[in-house]
Design a binder for this molecule. Structure first.
Ligand code: TYM
Length: 329
């Protein structure tokens, strides 16, 4: 069986970009692949977090995973910090990742420009930890959104470098990026990707329906003169983003969406997209709330997940330790 690994940071509440980009596809994958989905809590502390919030968000993200259809009986769900092999392999990979490579990461450049007062070493070496997250499970594919592609490429380079020295130790994985939804843009600034750092243009999974509808009503359409629902990301970024969201939410092609709204105004289109998103998210929100009321169940899920993940992760770690020459305990 092929193996898949991916994770999401519990640094903010889950948003529509996270859902429509990668997460929406994961429930299908668990039927076919051996899947490891984790909560990347260690990555979140590259920027300051409130500890109580981080705990709350971690548990909520686990509930979101399950509510989206990740059945813990069919895949491994765990919390990154519960499996120490992630940090342990990360240190080894730090020593096989080049300063120059890390300096070229666009996310590092963006984040350090935005957080000039806290450009810490973790923010810089973060992609090596991400490479460890992946390589420990020897996956074939890493399903992510477009913005993580560069990090997966770096992971491949590090694995190839390591294998170049020590032989076939680490499997070199492929990024797996969906065609529709891989880059959802902000509703009010459609030139930027949707992200929690711009909350007005970002739709959160747990948000109230009326707030979601309001955000879609205020979404920026384009100041072009044709006023027609047509997919053209360069000329019409706002409208094209809404087409993409609608297509992903209802599972239709761009052409079908264009045909559906032919001759209709932007106002009607925006309301329809808002409604479709509300209906897509409603069952997920309700199921998440139900799961959050049962903390005992969630604890059981992440404890069992950590155990299964550790078993596989430690095997890879032992191989790596042996290759580099660490004396076994
Ligand atoms: P994170 O937590 O920022 O995002 C989680 C996933 O959501 C995707 N994504 C988007 N997709 C489409 N449109 C958007 N606007 C959008 N915003 C985010 C991301 O591409 C990602 O797939 N470093 C990772 C977490 C991570 C990881 C890993 C992922 C840590 N280790 C190992 C895979 C494998 C991150 O910060 O994603």
């Amino acid at each position: 069986k092929k193996v898949m690994v991916s994770g999401i940071q519990p640094s903010g509440d889950l948003h529509l970009g996270n859902y429509l980009g990668p997460l929406r596809h994961w429930p299908d994958m668990i039927e076919e692949f051996d899947c490891y989905f984790f909560l990347a809590d260690q990555h979140t502390i590259t920027v300051r977090q409130d500890p109580a919030q981080l705990r709350r968000r971690t548990l909520m993200l686990l509930a979101n995973y399950i509510a989206c259809g990740l059945d813990p009986e069919k895949c491994v769900l765990f919390i990154q910090s519960h499996v120490p092999a992630h940090s342990q392999l990360a240190w080894v990979l730090d020593c096989y990742t080049m300063f120059g490579e890390l300096s070229r990461m666009t996310q590092f450049k963006d984040k350090s420009a935005k957080n000039a007062d806290n450009i810490n070493a973790g923010l810089f070496t973060y992609p090596a930890l991400m490479a460890a997250d992946i390589l420990l499970y020897q996956p074939d594919f890493v399903p992510v959104g477009e913005d993580q592609k560069q990090h997966v490429e770096l992971c491949r380079n590090v694995a190839e470098r390591f294998d170049g020295i020590y032989g076939d130790v680490l499997k070199v994985p492929e990024p797996y990026i969906a065609k529709v939804g891989a880059r959802i843009m902000s509703l009010n600034q459609p030139e930027s990707k949707m992200s929690k750092s711009m909350p007005e243009g970002c739709v959160f999974l747990m948000e109230k329906p009326e707030d979601i509808l309001r955000k879609f009503k205020r979404a920026v359409t384009d100041s072009d003169t044709e006023r027609c629902v047509r997919f053209a990301p360069q000329e019409k970024p706002g409208v094209s983003n809404l087409i993409q969201i609608y297509a992903a939410a209802v599972g239709r092609s761009f052409e079908a969406v264009e045909a559906e709204f032919e001759g209709k105004g932007y106002g009607a289109f925006k309301s329809a997209v808002g409604e479709a998103v509300v209906e897509t998210l409603r069952p997920i929100r309700e199921e998440t709330e139900r799961l959050l009321a049962d903390k005992g169940y969630l604890e059981g899920v992440y404890r069992a997940g950590a155990e299964k993940a550790s078993y596989i992760a430690e095997k890879t770690l032992r191989k790596v330790y042996k290759k580099v020459g660490f004396l076994p305990r």
